[in-house]
Ligand binder design. Structure first.
Ligand SMILES: [Zn+2]
Length: 102
């Protein structure tokens, strides 16, 4: 029993903060246009608490916990993946407009 399968563990394409930031820009444009082919979908957002993203590259929900200062991605167990980059941008956008529409 190896218990390991290479096929079940898909790696997200959002491995760096910058990739998440770039995806957020695409997401913003797609949101304004009312359509688009973004790899991240925002499912739920609770200001200063958490954001639930759907990452199409792994077909999974990803939860980013905002915590006190630096957000933490619960899926990647890191604070420097693309999901965190996306979450930071989302929060900045919220702070500016005082609302998030998705
Ligand atoms: Zn992540």
């Amino acid at each position: 029993m190896s218990g390991k399968s290479q096929l079940t563990e898909q790696e997200t394409v959002f491995t760096t903060l910058d990739l998440g930031t770039m995806e957020f820009m695409k997401w913003l444009i797609a949101k304004d246009a009312g359509s688009g082919d973004t790899l991240i979908v925002v499912k739920d957002f609770l200001v200063n608490k958490y954001v639930i993203l759907f990452d199409k590259s792994i077909s999974k929900d990803v939860i980013v916990d905002y915590r006190e200062s630096m957000p933490l991605c619960m899926s990647c167990s890191t604070d420097d993946c693309g999901h965190v980059g996306f979450a930071i941008c989302l929060k900045q956008d919220y702070d500016r407009d005082d609302q998030v529409i998705f």
